[in-house]
Ligand binder design. Structure first.
Ligand code: 15L
Length: 268
């Protein structure tokens, strides 16, 4: 990997990877729809709307691998999701195919499977159960990645990210947190592992309270260094006594499940 492109480089994960991957690959091309901090040595800075195909083709020209973080990172109205996470994602994969890019790490989300109950441990083989329009767009992304892998031979690692940050911020995130250094490790596996065709893994640290069987990531060599447990007492104390929504508490996707919920009889 000589030149690696990060889309959505201005977001929280993108800004972090800009630092942790600095010097790992000779050139990082950093792209976002908003202006980014000026390029330093070993960096190229780009500004692209993912819905603009000619611009996306220019963005991917000459890159060996892509870390696709771009798009909308939470629930939103359908036109917004459609433009950022369906059309924009399609443009990135299609431009990558035309340019001969061989590897993509795709930032999918726990919300592609958010309607699994917390009581169930799930692995990478479960069918999607999206908890939002956003979650549907991530399931779409996983499906498009599968198509471009099978039909065009692009190697894709789909990382179903839990919650990325320096530390877990609430009870739900104790089960799905991922630290910057663990996500960096996972991304490097996605770009560098010789045998990746199409894989789904959970982008989570080694959390004792995890809802995931992340054996597929382990099989690819992922050895997460962090665990949310040392933060648990403080996180739970801060939340004690707060009113809890029954739907949000029951399902892995939390408030993403509870929002706009109208089913009369909750499914297990
Ligand atoms: C996500 O997929 C979002 O991108 C992020 O902003 C958080 O909401 C995260 O999920 C989460 O579930 O905490």
């Amino acid at each position: 990997m000589k030149r690696v492109l990060i889309t959505g480089a201005g977001g929280g994960i993108g800004r972090s990877l800009r630092e942790t991957l600095r010097g790992v690959y000779p050139i990082l091309r950093l792209s976002d729809r908003v202006a980014l901090a000026p390029a330093r040595e070993g960096e190229e800075v780009d500004r692209t709307e993912l819905s603009d195909m000619p611009a996306v083709e220019q963005m991917v020209a000459g890159v060996d691998g892509i870390i696709h973080l771009g798009g909308i990172s939470g629930e939103n109205e359908w036109p917004v999701i459609l433009e950022g996470n369906i059309i924009g994602l399609y443009n990135v994969f299609e431009a990558a195919r035309r340019a001969g890019v061989q590897r993509i790490v795709f930032a999918t989300s726990n919300h592609a499977v958010g309607f699994y109950p917390r009581a169930q441990k799930i692995d990478h083989r479960v069918v999607p159960r999206p908890d939002s329009r956003y979650g549907v767009s991530k399931a779409f992304g996983e499906a498009l990645a599968s198509l471009y892998s099978d039909k065009h031979g692009i190697g894709v690692l789909c990382t179903r990210i839990g919650n990325f940050g320096e530390k877990p911020i609430d009870k739900r995130r104790l089960s799905i947190w991922i630290s910057p250094r663990d996500y960096t490790q996972l991304v490097r596996i996605g770009l560098e592992h010789p045998d990746i065709r199409y894989e789904i893994v959970y982008g989570v640290s080694n959390n004792r309270r995890s809802w995931y069987d992340n054996s597929n990531a382990a099989r690819l060599g992922y050895r997460p260094q962090d665990d949310s447990e040392p933060y648990a007492d403080a996180v739970l104390a801060a939340e004690a006594g707060q009113p809890a929504d029954a739907i949000a508490e029951h399902y892995q996707g939390g408030t993403f499940c509870a929002a706009e919920y109208t089913a009369k009889t909750p499914r297990p």
